[in-house]
Design a protein around this ligand. Sequence first.
Ligand code: SF4
Ligand code: SF4
Length: 371
Amino acid sequence: MKKLGFGLMRLPLINDNDPSSIDFDKVFEMVDIFMKNGFNYFDTAHTYLKGNSEKAFRKALVDRYPRDSYIIADKLPIFNLTNSSQMQDIFDEQLERCGVDYFDYYMLHNVSTKHMKKFTDIDSFGFVRKKKREGKVKHIGISCHDSPEFLDRILNEHPEIEFVQLQINYLDWTDNNIRARDCYEVACKHDLPVIIMEPLKGGTLVDVPSTVKDMFNNYDEHDSVVSWAIRFNLSLDNVFMMLSGMKSVEDINENISIVDNFKPIDEVEKSILNKAVDIINDTIEIKCTSCNYCIDVCPQNINIPKYFDLYNKQKLLNHENSYSMYYNNYVSYSNHASPDKCIKCKQCMEVCPQNINIPNNLEKVVKTFDN
Ligand code: SF4
Ligand code: SF4
């Protein structure tokens, strides 16, 4: 199997404020290029694009390709559940939305210390084991953003787990909060294959500072910024799939070309990447990956990642307030509330895989732009 998976979390939208406004002309074209080049792994989740990701998968794949030509991975949103009967209802809804009668890969979504009691009380591991026995799921796994110690504990307690989906990229590899390397090593210790998510850290490793671009370019002018990130990930031994949230035909073509012409990262390149990590870390203040999980739970309907993105961009500029116009326009014309409407309920922090103190950082956003 080719190791590039199509992540359906950030599909192209016609209207950025409306997750149902998927640009199907673009999506069909992207899927067709992907399939034509021998790639066939697709990753979705119940929560992505408020359910529209699963529906888009059906329209783009199920309605247009035979079932045995693609592989679908989906996830049970354990962080949203309060009782065990909801699992069957959600699973049935997922099959219906996706238009399939089984999933090739099925994960407990974001297994974490924060939700431990929830997913233990409703016996979500028992549920996915049952689905596997029924033939509704071929392989069961977990996605996890927690500590390596927690991951180790879960894998010790649940030997039925067949694979692990982890956040891995060269920036998070030695990050003290994400600890990607340690998590990867735990998966290896348990002899489990790894699916990589966030290989470009939500786009952060595409828009790298110019000093990093120059450093890459000076070493090899033919290798793109994205290629450095993808090659780092695919150089890891235990990786059986790397998801990429491709949003355009250009993204698809670039990703395919890098994977098809793959050359592993060598020792010199690793030391260049280490320098890049120091430079990038000095420039990003809020390490948000734009996964959008927080928006769904925010009672004030604040587009948190949008404001964090504008804030990070603003902080990168040497002159003042260049992003103020974008900020003011967004506050005035979007369907989302402005960041000063935050009531500090902290519901967003319950679901943030990056453990960001969202209310505190929203205050920083307000201070920056209101000045
Ligand atoms: S703390 Fe603020 S941003 Fe977070 S969910 Fe509550 S209102 Fe929304
Ligand atoms: S703040 Fe956290 S949950 Fe919200 S988009 Fe960023 S990383 Fe995702």
